[in-house]
Design a binder for this molecule. Structure first.
Ligand code: NAD
Ligand code: TDX
Length: 342
């Protein structure tokens, strides 16, 4: 049985990817290596725990000994790296954690993967490495790398090291750059789950700045499908954007969610803008479509409704997170920073 290392598999996208892959490829063993930071949650994979081809190992990619250990224990054919500090606001508060995990952690994985002759390394990167767009245009794989937040800069740094590994050592790596994801199990610090859960609790919904910043959205399973096709057919050394051409201003998105929930727009509170807030992201996904045949399978309106229903049906999952120590600390900062303090 061939083995895939998935790092960060206890988080939002990693757990959805693992579930998707375990169901579709029962002949592949998946090792989930995750540090279980505030964002890592084994409850995201309770339904997979007893599958014979799934193994969880707690470990930190910033710790070279732990990374060496996992590579000595298993022979990995493929490595898919999801592990990251992923929240832009948190990167403004604490950039060092982002440099450590998103850059040094990736360097550790690259070193072990090369020394252990991994056949393919996929780095799950982000469209945020391209910076911000004006009212028109799209990010292509050839757009300049111009990150604006510590999060985006740390992801861009990893992308550059991967490029260097490919050029220098012929290391078999591919980078994917996806737009904003939504779906079940997303930590409620990110816009969509924050809006849904705050609305369900009749709490204020903070909208940064004028609310006209644009994000390009993709359902998390479509992201998983995009990575799957890159894993099957992608060309070594290439970068593939992944997107579903679903642009929306934040305020329109918030109103859509409130409408689905039947909650009033009076919950919306315009607050201080995020420092360095990127104005618009929009992905040109023609390369992955034309070269690998990737098409998103989910319609935005339908998948958004299903996502809202998931949070309605899984209150225990997010109530536990929202009453936890991390969220309490974060919310305090958030209220002060954004002028929400009553
Ligand atoms: P997440 O924060 O929900 O999950 C991150 C996971 O990584 C957690 O399980 C956490 O415990 C683990 N982790 C963090 N630091 C670690 C470390 N040092 N060692 C081992 N594990 C560690 O993030 P997500 O939204 O699922 O994002 C996954 C990946 O996708 C990230 O690399 C992110 O940059 C990228 N991405 C996310 C989006 C998005 O919209 N969420 C879009 C494009 C790309
Ligand atoms: O309370 C909020 N109010 C608000 O107006 C929050 C949390 C966000 N926003 C705005 C900021 C952004 O314009 O909503 C937009 C989306 O914000 P986030 O959910 O924090 O996502 P973003 O900053 O766009 O980054 C996300 O997409 C790219 C992920 O967090 C990254 O990991 C991914 O790489």
């Amino acid at each position: 049985m061939e083995t895939m290392l998935v790092t960060g598999g206890a988080g939002f996208i990693g757990s959805n990817f693992i579930r998707y892959m375990l169901n579709k490829y029962p002949d592949i063993k998946i090792v989930n290596f995750d540090a279980l930071t505030y964002a890592g949650n084994l409850e995201n994979l309770t339904d997979c725990e007893n599958k014979p081809n799934y193994i969880f190992v707690k470990g930190n990619i910033t710790n070279k000994e732990e990374v060496d250990y996992i590579f000595s224990k298993y022979k990995f054919k493929w490595v898919i790296n999801f592990a990251a500090e992923s929240h832009v606001d948190k990167s403004i508060l604490n950039p060092m954690a982002f440099a450590e995990t998103n850059f040094i952690g990736v360097c550790n994985l690259l070193d072990s993967s090369r020394k252990n002759d991994v056949s393919l390394f996929i780095q799950v990167s982000t469209d945020e490495v391209y910076g911000s767009l004006g009212d028109s245009g799209y990010f292509t794989e050839n757009s300049p790398i111009k990150p604006n937040s510590p999060y985006a800069a740390s992801k861009a740094a990893a992308d550059l090291m991967i490029r260097a590994y490919f050029k220098t050592y012929g290391f078999p790596a591919i980078i994917t750059r996806c737009c904003n994801n939504y779906g079940p199990y997303q930590f409620p610090e990110k816009l969509i789950p924050l809006v849904i859960t705050n609305a369900l609790e009749d709490k204020p919904i903070p909208v940064y700045g004028d609310g006209k910043n644009v994000r390009d959205w993709i359902y998390v399973i479509d992201h998983a499908r995009g990575i799957e096709i890159v894993w099957q057919k992608g060309k070594i050394g290439e970068v593939y954007n992944i997107g579903a051409s679903q642009e929306l201003t934040n305020i329109d998105l918030v109103k859509k969610i409130l409408n689905i929930l039947g909650k009033p727009e009076t919950l919306i509170k315009y607050v201080t803008d995020r420092p360095g807030h990127d104005r618009r992201y929009a992905i040109d996904a023609s390369k992955i479509r034309e070269e690998l045949g990737f098409y998103p399978a989910f319609s935005f309106d339908q998948a958004l409704k299903e996502t809202v229903n998931w949070y309605k049906d899984n209150r225990r999952w997010w109530e536990r997170i929202k009453s936890g120590a991390y969220t309490t600390y974060y919310e305090e900062w958030y209220k002060r920073q954004l002028g929400l303090k009553e």
